[in-house]
Write a protein that binds this ligand. Structure first.
Ligand code: TAP
Length: 534
């Protein structure tokens, strides 16, 4: 297989739009919907040392938008299984790290091709698993392909990130080498069950580490697909292992195991900080690469194009029911335009379709689990008491819908900026609107948060935009993005990550400094004529 001299995003839906019609996209997706019934409802083991491992206990996953649809029966791993997986990964490390970059990237490029061939099937299965609609699920499959291709490209292009250094004194030959740590634990969330899992896992593996992967218990199916694809692509036994089961039972032993040198995690702040603290307490020196939550602010100034702002906030807050770390969750609107903005946002939110993943017009997806539904009802009740619910606030009553967790997208006003509804992450279709008298006030309030993942501004004034860029504290910053004010990043072009409590490293997924985090530097010097260091 050839190395490639540039990276290009996959962009399935956009390519169809550019070709003038989305019909072929919808037809292929509908065909995939018909075919996935063969996969749904199957039994799924653990994968340890290249072997399928059955367990005594299992757990059933049902579709969040249709409780009658069984996604699958998944093995409940135990602590012993997690330990066995670490042991397999530790044994596989010594050979895997010696493989050439070319041999390693060949496996991941083969995997990318296999995903490309099955992209509609994977998108449809993801919909059944977590409720994601077709265009967003396809964007996620594309993102997974992008991670694989981009990380292959980066590693090859940078030749493994090694470099020959200066000869500081005559006859003293020096190079810098980056080397893998060993075994990585990889723990992933439900909301991007494929792309985030593929990205973190391939980041760890392609750099020469081995891994034990634990997906969210609500979304283990797409994790299985990826591990199976890696095995079909020729990954050696033990290099990647998959354990399913609860975070406490199979995740916690990974954090604590002395042979787990590093951790890649995406999920809540609580669990991410717990992993970091456990590493610190145990004196582990390896990296904890953690992407955490967000409470993403958007500012609408009095120069903004209100229609663009409404569109950006609507899709940023409510697509996939706001179950995104990047979801728009608080909006600071100039007092001169807040009535116009709110009125239009309420009207357009009211028009959004809440529905199952299969429906072409679904924007607002079902909620992932009962805890999320309970949390939705609680915060809506609090919003009724302490503020004004402008639209939404209740579960959807519609006999046409299957038995699932369907709720209305909710816009709330008259909540103080420091109220818990405007400061805590909810991960739900819920947004608060706040008046401000100036851009400065908006920026001050936007920055007044523990989180700093994504931020947006709508303004038609260049000075305002430059002021905002200069002062906003956020990992991802978007101006006038009407397709979504804060969500939807592309690999390479928009590296993804957060500041403050939104992430631990400041080096973002899908960006030029991501892979190096999975490696440590070795400085090599040879004196004399015995040969230069490699
Ligand atoms: P979490 O509840 O934190 O779960 C994430 C993963 O951690 C799951 O696999 C979970 O397993 C596991 N886990 C829980 N307790 C554990 C423990 N003690 N030891 C090891 N693993 C443990 O998050 P979630 O609800 O899936 O996802 C939502 C959160 O993820 C939000 O806060 C969101 O902002 C964040 N997120 C951030 C990003 C980025 S890039 N910043 C992207 C997506 C999501 P179980 O499922 O078995 O409990």
């Amino acid at each position: 297989m050839m190395t490639r001299d540039k990276f290009e995003n996959e962009l399935t839906v956009q390519s169809h739009k550019d070709d003038g019609s989305l019909d072929p996209f919808h037809e292929s997706y509908e065909e995939a919907l018909d075919s996935i019934s063969e996969t749904l409802g199957g039994e799924y083991p653990l994968w340890i040392d290249g072997q399928a491992v059955e367990t005594k206990e299992s757990f059933t996953v049902t579709s969040p938008g249709d409780f009658d649809q069984v996604v699958g029966e998944f093995a409940s791993g135990t602590k012993d299984d997690a330990v066995a997986a670490v042991s397999a990964a530790a044994t596989a490390f010594s050979e895997w790290k010696e493989l050439s970059i070319k041999d390693r990237t060949e496996i991941f490029r083969t995997a990318a091709d296999k995903i490309r061939q099955r992209k509609y099937e994977i998108a449809a299965l993801m919909g059944a698993e977590n409720g994601k609609n077709r265009t967003e699920a396809m964007a996620e499959v594309d993102e997974a392909i992008d991670f694989l291709e981009y990380y292959c490209y980066s590693l090859e292009h940078e030749d493994g990130f090694g470099s020959t250094l200066t000869e500081p004194t005559p006859g003293q030959y020096c190079v810098s080498d980056l080397q893998p740590y060993g075994v990585f634990g990889v723990v992933t969330p439900f909301n991007f069950p494929f792309a985030i899992l593929v990205g973190m896992t391939s980041g760890a593996l392609i750099t020469g580490n081995t891994a034990v992967v634990k997906p969210a218990s609500t979304t283990p199916l797409t994790a299985h697909l990826f591990i199976e694809i890696l095995i079909e692509s020729g990954i050696p036994d033990g290099v990647v292992n998959l354990v399913t089961g609860s975070g406490r039972t199979v995740g916690q032993p990974l954090i604590e195991h002395e042979d787990v040198s590093g951790f890649a995690f995406t999920g809540s702040r609580e669990v991410g900080l717990h992993i970091q603290n456990t590493f610190d307490e145990l004196g582990k020196r390896g990296p904890v690469i953690a992407e955490l939550g967000g409470k993403n602010p958007v500012i609408v100034t009095d120069t903004a194009d209100i229609s663009k702002a409404v569109s950006g906030v609507k899709f940023g807050a409510f697509s996939f029911s706001g179950q995104k770390c990047s979801a728009t969750s608080r909006v600071y609107v100039h007092e001169d335009v807040i009535d116009e903005f709110t009125e239009q946002l309420v009207a357009e939110t009211d028009e959004l379709t809440v529905g199952p993943f299969e429906n072409q017009d679904t924007v607002v997806s079902p909620l992932i689990d009962d805890d999320a539904l309970e949390q939705y009802n609680n915060i809506c009740e609090l919003a009724q008491e302490d503020g004004t619910v402008q639209v939404g606030g209740t579960e959807v009553e519609d006999e046409e819908l299957p038995d699932g967790r369907y709720v209305e997208p909710t816009v709330v006003a008259d909540i103080p900026h420091d109220h818990e509804l405007a400061t805590e992450e909810h991960f739900l279709p819920f947004v608060t609107i706040h008046p401000v008298s100036s851009l400065d006030e908006g920026i001050t309030k936007a920055n007044d948060s523990d989180y700093a993942l994504c931020a947006g501004v709508f303004s038609e004034d260049e000075d305002e935009i430059n002021t905002w860029f200069g002062q906003i504290k956020s990992g991802m910053c978007y101006v006038n993005r009407q397709q979504s004010a804060t969500t939807g990043a592309l690999v390479q072009a928009q590296p993804f990550g957060g500041w403050k409590f939104s992430g631990t490293t400041g080096k973002f997924a899908g960006g030029p400094w991501y892979l190096q985090q999975f490696m440590r530097q070795q400085s090599r010097t040879v004196v004399g004529d015995v040969g230069s260091p490699e």
